[in-house]
Design a protein around this ligand. Sequence first.
Ligand SMILES: *[C@@H]1O[C@H](CO)[C@@H](O)[C@H](O)[C@H]1NC(C)=O
Ligand SMILES: *[C@@H]1O[C@H](CO)[C@@H](O)[C@H](O)[C@H]1NC(C)=O
Ligand SMILES: *[C@@H]1O[C@H](CO)[C@@H](O)[C@H](O)[C@H]1NC(C)=O
Ligand SMILES: *[C@@H]1O[C@H](CO)[C@@H](O)[C@H](O)[C@H]1NC(C)=O
Ligand SMILES: *[C@@H]1O[C@H](CO)[C@@H](O)[C@H](O)[C@H]1NC(C)=O
Ligand SMILES: *[C@@H]1O[C@H](CO)[C@@H](O)[C@H](O)[C@H]1NC(C)=O
Ligand SMILES: *[C@@H]1O[C@H](CO)[C@@H](O)[C@H](O)[C@H]1NC(C)=O
Ligand SMILES: *[C@@H]1O[C@H](CO)[C@@H](O)[C@H](O)[C@H]1NC(C)=O
Ligand SMILES: *[C@@H]1O[C@H](CO)[C@@H](O)[C@H](O)[C@H]1NC(C)=O
Length: 444
Amino acid sequence: MFRLFLLALACGISTAQNPPGSFPHDYPGKPSGASGPEWQKYFEVTDQLPNVTFPFARNFAGNIPVDRPNHPNNTLFFWAFEKENGSLTANAGESNEPWGLWLNGGPGSSSLLGALFENGPLQIQDDYTMAANNWSWSNLADYVWIDQPVGVGFSTVDSDGYVNDEDQMAADFFGFLANLVKVFPSLQTRPLHITGESYAGTYIPYIVKAYFGMTNPPVNLAKFAIGDGVLANDAVSEHLPTLNVIETYPQLIGYDPEVYNYFKEQTHLCGYDLNLTYPQNGHFPDITPPGFDNGNTPTVNSNLSSLTHLANKQVLLTEVKARLGEWSESASKEKRESWTQEKRDLTGRANGTIDPFYGCFLWPEVLVYALNFSLPWVDTQGFDVYDVTDGLSPQSVRVQSDASFFLNDNRTRTALHAPTSKDWTKYIPYPFGSVPGSKDPSLR
Ligand SMILES: *[C@@H]1O[C@H](CO)[C@@H](O)[C@H](O)[C@H]1NC(C)=O
Ligand SMILES: *[C@@H]1O[C@H](CO)[C@@H](O)[C@H](O)[C@H]1NC(C)=O
Ligand SMILES: *[C@@H]1O[C@H](CO)[C@@H](O)[C@H](O)[C@H]1NC(C)=O
Ligand SMILES: *[C@@H]1O[C@H](CO)[C@@H](O)[C@H](O)[C@H]1NC(C)=O
Ligand SMILES: *[C@@H]1O[C@H](CO)[C@@H](O)[C@H](O)[C@H]1NC(C)=O
Ligand SMILES: *[C@@H]1O[C@H](CO)[C@@H](O)[C@H](O)[C@H]1NC(C)=O
Ligand SMILES: *[C@@H]1O[C@H](CO)[C@@H](O)[C@H](O)[C@H]1NC(C)=O
Ligand SMILES: *[C@@H]1O[C@H](CO)[C@@H](O)[C@H](O)[C@H]1NC(C)=O
Ligand SMILES: *[C@@H]1O[C@H](CO)[C@@H](O)[C@H](O)[C@H]1NC(C)=O
């Protein structure tokens, strides 16, 4: 009786603390054995997908185990499109054609966002209709979009089975790949291209690290490519590159050498002027400037709390618009002169020490400088790296990126052999170590 009570208490605690668990759905015709080519027929997407009114490549989808001990429900979800009919289902050794896989970032973003809004063959439009993408990357090679780490998108996870760190992410990923290439045996030897964006800039180097640590990797890695990658912690990703941004866009500081030297000095004092060699011998040095705990999470700098809104692009552009209004309305000579003077006057700035107000948060510092003194913007359009229109096919920029109507529709779910134990969401704040709110401990 007492033991039962304790057990119930323990369960109660674990459900209160742990993030949600999920598991794959068994659809009719599922093979009973381990991964092998007989699974191709099961994974092939043969049902009509809602809103898809045009022919598109033969494709395969479903959940594949990562084979992590004691976590049979830990799977990754894949959606693979053939370049040519039969190219993905070639027999072992029968093809030398390259193949690729795509990862979105987050951590916690579904790669089906990439499939359905960026580089896949089916593109959800702003009115939620579906259109063909004639420039799908699956036109170049057999291509696989993969939801990972476990628990993201349609991938499934035990509630205590979320990855602890990036090494475990990579181990899971290779568990998945080892099974994927058993289902599609030609992939074992064909040159693999691992591609991704944003936080995949963290995933992919760890995947490559795991690859080079294996004596007998299940795949033949040829190349990897990262777009707009996040490679490290906040200090490194956001604040370290500030001087390079100024060097690239000196109009941010009105081409002022004194201001440039000021930012260069701050960069040095904060330890942001790393000098790396190629190939890098050993780990990159840790960068933990004052104001950042363990180089990972910025501690709160209360001086900057009134500026955090500037990190939001729309808000920043609203601010730019307001300043542009002031600038042109008050064409008065005095106002312009006072701006020019303030721009030139560096007294009160740190001069040899880390700036007491901004600390090592150099990015908001240069933004505020530009807003106050140089105002280099000519309009409020800004620049969004994800909105680069295709020169061959100028498309309208997407307003929404909500694939949940499509993916959670039972017809889609069934066609893709997706789980029923969870709904697809485009993003979860990834709970490293199965602890909600935790951050990636691998970032240093
Ligand atoms: C694709 O190839 C399969 C045999 O591998 C064949 O049954 C099918 O008709 C082909 N489909 C198309 C669209 O050519
Ligand atoms: C894509 O290609 C098809 C067939 O060539 C064509 O009918 C269609 O208009 C193209 N779509 C776009 C958006 O260019
Ligand atoms: C895995 O999923 C099954 C349902 O298929 C569930 O009964 C089981 O409790 C799950 N295992 C764990 C460890 O959560
Ligand atoms: C990197 O090299 C530059 C130029 O030699 C030097 O000024 C700077 O102090 C170096 N940075 C570090 C952290 O050693
Ligand atoms: C910085 O300090 C040096 C001497 O320590 C002084 O000559 C210089 O004027 C100072 N610059 C500013 C901008 O305060
Ligand atoms: C805020 O700025 C003041 C000087 O303006 C400085 O003394 C203080 O340390 C700063 N606070 C933080 C949290 O950085
Ligand atoms: C500079 O910009 C910041 C942020 O918008 C604002 O709070 C501050 O008042 C401005 N300072 C001057 C001198 O314009
Ligand atoms: C299909 O397209 C319509 C718009 O024509 C949209 O309202 C609907 O949500 C879409 N259905 C799915 C399952 O995506
Ligand atoms: C979708 O399928 C689930 C079971 O898998 C069922 O509970 C639900 O009612 C279905 N929804 C619709 C709209 O058919």
